[in-house]
Design a protein around this ligand. Structure first.
Ligand SMILES: Nc1nc2c(ncn2[C@@H]2O[C@H](COP(=O)(O)OP(=O)(O)OP(=O)(O)O)[C@@H](O)[C@H]2O)c(=O)[nH]1
Length: 259
């Protein structure tokens, strides 16, 4: 018996949400990969595996990881700081191209003394969200270490990376422009997609998580198709080390499943 309520209408994705900045995007295609669209239309997306993706959220203490997740999942904002002890967890359900899909969002502790508990939950992530405070340049510098730690437990060739600047409401436009320049450089170096958000105002929060859901879903379906042999040899999705603007590429062969 299926006891799950239907997916909320505002969690339905029929189109690929776009990146924030083309200079630091996982890819800049305007639509889902044709093989993914096709597989969804033909209900060939597999049974298990791709339908739930684990996403970990890391970054310095008090950069706003918990608030980011709460704004998206509960549409709430708490101005009082309460440190995350170890990890917290939220499950968010979507429907992507007609297929049910869930994100497990793991909110980890930024405080040093809880880090070793939190890091035991890093393993098996399909996406890593590294958060920094747009008003604190040290938190941007520390993102490289957060990424290195998270990648120790994950396969760097298949995990999707997002670099998220938080508390945008606290920056003046001039301060923001300066910080964004540095953040785009860091995002390009780590081959992460860059976003800037405010959990207080909600700016870009929904757009960001929709992008995470869409790209994680797309990568999962492609991996599932590859595993099941439905994809042709040479039609490879990979991290492209030659092109700093486009990290995830697929060759342009016509899909075999569609006319
Ligand atoms: N103005 C503003 N304040 C924010 C925003 N996001 C978070 N904060 C505040 O920043 C503080 C820390 O936020 P948290 O979300 O708890 O930070 P965290 O990264 O989860 O912290 P740890 O659990 O210690 O790792 C709180 O006082 C929040 O109210 C934002 O977008 N704008």
């Amino acid at each position: 018996m299926n006891i799950l309520a239907p997916v909320r209408r505002d969690r339905v994705l029929a189109e690929l949400p776009q990146c924030l900045r083309k200079e630091a995007a996982l890819h800049v295609h305007t639509d889902f990969h044709p093989r993914v669209t096709c597989a969804c239309q033909e209900h060939r997306t597999g049974t298990v595996g791709f339908k739930i993706s684990k996403v970990i959220v890391v970054g310095d203490l008090s950069v706003g990881k918990t608030c980011l997740i709460s704004r998206f999942c509960k549409d709430t904002f708490d101005k009082n700081y309460k440190a995350t002890i170890g990890v917290d967890f939220e499950m968010e359900r979507f429907e992507v191209l007609g297929v049910p899909f869930s994100l497990q969002l793991w909110d980890t502790a930024g405080q040093e003394r809880f880090k070793c508990i939190a890091s035991t939950y890093y393993r098996g992530a399909q996406a890593i969200i590294i958060v920094f405070n747009l008003n604190d340049v040290a938190s941007l510098e520390h993102t490289k270490q957060w990424l290195a730690d998270a990648l120790k437990e994950n396969d760097p060739s298949s995990v999707l990376l997002f670099l998220v600047g938080s508390k945008k409401d606290l920056s003046t436009p001039a301060q923001y422009v300066l910080m964004e320049k540095d953040a785009l450089k860091v995002a390009q170096e780590m081959k992460a997609e860059y976003w800037a958000v405010s959990s207080l105002t909600g700016e870009n929060v929904r757009e960001f998580f929709f992008r995470v859901a869409a790209l994680t879903f797309e990568a999962n379906v492609l991996a599932e198709l590859e595993k099941s042999g439905a994809r042709r040899i040479g039609d490879v999705v990979r991290i492209n080390s030659d092109d700093s603007n486009l990290y995830l590429t697929a060759n342009k062969k016509k899909p075999t499943c569609c006319p």
